[in-house]
Design a protein around this ligand. Sequence first.
Ligand code: GLU
Length: 510
Amino acid sequence: MESNVRVRFAPSPTGPLHIGGVRTALYNYLFAKKYNGTFILRIEDTDQTRYVANAEQYIINALEWCAIPFDEGPGKNEKFGPYRQSERKDIYKQYADQLIETGKAYYCFDTSEELDAHRKAHEAEGKTFIYNWHNRAKGSLVNSLVLTADEVENRINSGDKYVIRFKTPQDEVLKMEDEIRGNITIDTNTLDDKILFKSDGMPTYHLANIVDDHLMEISHVIRGEEWLPSMPLHVLLYKAFGWETPKFAHLPLILKPVGKGKLSKRDGDKLGFPVFPLAYTNLESGDVSRGYKEDGYFTDAFINMLAFLGWNPGTEQEIFSLEALIEAFDLKRVSKSGAKFNPDKTKWFQQQYMQLKSDETITELFLPILAAKGIVIANEDEKARVQNIVSSIKERAIFVADLWDLSSYFFETPTAYDAKNVKKNWKEGTPELMQELVEIIKNIEDFSSTNTEKEIKEWITNKEIGFGKVMQPLRLSLVGKLAGPHLFDIIATIGKQETINRIENAIAKL
Ligand code: GLU
């Protein structure tokens, strides 16, 4: 049964979603799912000057890749729709008018030049100009608290530009509660009278956000700390409308890995890690920013990492599937202080998930990479062979893309040999020794890893020479460098003929 927990992720489509935004979406999602509630996507696109055409689709694609789908939103279960604020324009004006009628808001006709002049005059005296209780009705400003009703009507009818401002209650101590930060108290006289409705006929973020949260029956507002300063205004707006206030939870900032301050969209390029879930092409500059998906991260690894940026379960456990996160998530365990982003820890999560996934799953992901190298896996036997290879190298891989470098010698005869290692290990006498080894190998019947190991080691022991004298040149011949898993596993995997070919190749080339 659906509960009445209804939360929303309300991004403004001004560019790609940064991981801070994704984390906000994730925490909303986890909270909704934990309480059988509804997770809503609302696009807050009232600021047309900052609108970016491909941003909304990017946000939707990102949520999809993150596997945190919204229950209601643009084009989906639109029972409280539309979910794009630009399509709800007509709704907001009536609410602004309602506040005017009840005396909770007022018209302002001050031009930007006039306001600038006030600002400059204040600055000259070392003060800051704030449009609020102390000056709004004094006559130096041009608004409906100063003008007569007729004057106001005339101005509006003759097309004078105006904005509607909130008349912040005077001399009140506003008590608020945040699910993460606890009680917050503020003196309303320190607040300015924010614009609710702009001269371009559009609501500001504050008005649209409150009206929509109310109409969409939002129960909890879970959003970034940067919105905490707006909370008093929002709570006062709910009161002014006589509406029930939702619960608020302001999430801590995500901080730079080094130094001070908030992780910015630019930090990724500077510090060499993605700050976006998906790669993003800036439509104006054509610049492409990297994304976690394209860098090869698994969704579950990325989500697990993100969940821990500001929350912890209170236990030592670090690996959580999405289901486990839903189960464990608790707003009370979200920290108040900023969460430092850690690129190494992010890789660590990816590495953990690489190991957790079955060889079969990883093999399926590896096959397209092999196909791109021209290695076609035609049947189940060959696939099983690839799976064995994957199993032997997986623990050294962080990303699926690492698998090729770790295993190319299983699929291709080396064409180059590591010069430093050749110099150290391919000595006088080595070609003859290797030629002898070829003869030994030709006579091995059972070509399993254990048996080739047994027979070759017996031969070395009988010759009374050091193992390294044979094993190192052999590895160089088969792999091209002194790397890779257990040598006899390689031998068994590539088979007798290929082993012989590679040794002969090395003798000819080195
Ligand atoms: N549109 C705001 C943003 O871009 C929403 C803030 C809120 O959740 O109230 O983050």
